[in-house]
Design a protein around this ligand. Structure first.
Ligand code: 13P
Length: 288
């Protein structure tokens, strides 16, 4: 059964480790993340962006697929199904169709509007056994080929949003989605430290996990990050393994063109990547 991310993240924050959010894109991806988490005895969060949800046939289809897999794969570790960077409307849809967690990304609104919309959604999730993530300070990334320096959130605004009753808080600390540019200045630990001092026990979320050096990940965890999102790195691992299979001509040998064979090396690469991240984040063996 799907669970809220609340308990697993509060435990992670108290125990100074982080739970990974791995974004899913299809059936193979979902199986790979669940398999890795089960084998590592780690709690896990399955992230679904609006685009990925649409690709997989709608949020309701995703709920059906994930619930089915939890049963047939006999998954015993805590699993949350989480909307990633949701709009207000997408949050409402996901709450309705059976997600166990949502992220409302109001970071592009003026702070007053972010606060107002986050407050409403906290109210809607109340009593439903769900978790809700809010965001302050937009996470950077590539837009029309221009790579923005990750924004740094205002710690006071972080406190204001944390106090609304959200479960976890994403704050920009110089992080960026996708690959980091050569001249990236790294995470702003000064900002992170200031945010954690004001928000106390609130589990903090680090987006853009791809390509952040291991020592920075560990330092971020020591300063209160309890959830780390990874997407691009799994996509790259999947694509590399699939390319190798085709370049070696394996799809031309026997029934190597069968999608179940063609997609197997990529799927295994996602399993391996997720396991590597779980080890790095320190959540191995933390499922009870
Ligand atoms: P990356 O694609 O950079 O790993 O970021 C994932 C993410 O933050 C999803 O919200």
């Amino acid at each position: 059964m799907l669970v809220s991310a609340k308990e697993m993240l509060n435990k992670a924050k108290a125990g100074q480790y982080a739970v990974g959010q791995f974004n899913i894109n299809n059936l193979e991806w979902t199986k790979a993340v669940l398999q890795a988490a089960e084998e590592m005895k780690s709690p896990v969060i399955l992230g679904v962006s609006a685009g990925a949800g649409k690709y997989m046939g709608g949020f309701n289809t995703v709920v059906g697929m994930v619930n089915g897999l939890l049963e047939t794969m006999d998954i015993s570790v805590p699993v949350a199904l989480h909307l990633d960077h949701g709009t207000y409307e997408d949050c409402k849809t996901c709450i309705k169709v059976g997600f166990s967690s949502v992220m409302f990304d109001g970071s592009h609104y003026p702070i007053e509007e972010n606060v107002a919309k986050t407050t409403e959604l906290v109210g809607i999730t109340k009593g439903k056994g769900m978790s809700i993530e809010a965001e302050v300070g937009a996470i950077g990334g590539e837009e029309d080929g221009v790579i923005g320096k990750g924004e740094c959130a205002d710690p006071e605004e972080c406190k204001a949003v944390a106090d609304l009753g959200v479960t976890m808080l994403a704050a920009g600390i110089g992080n960026i989605h996708g690959k980091y540019p050569e001249n990236w200045e790294g995470l702003s630990f000064e900002t992170l430290d200031a945010i954690q001092q004001l928000t106390g026990d609130m589990p903090l979320v680090l987006h853009g996990g791809t390509g952040i050096p291991d020592d920075m990940i560990k330092k971020a965890i020591s300063l209160g990050v309890a959830k780390i999102n990874v997407n691009t790195e799994c996509q790259i691992a999947f694509a590399e393994a699939t390319r190798k299979y085709i370049e070696e001509g394996k799809d031309l040998e026997g029934k190597g063109f069968d999608p179940r064979k063609l997609l197997a090396p990529g799927t295994q690469a996602v399993v391996d990547m997720v396991k590597t991240k779980i080890k790095l984040f320190g959540s191995e063996g933390k499922a009870e």
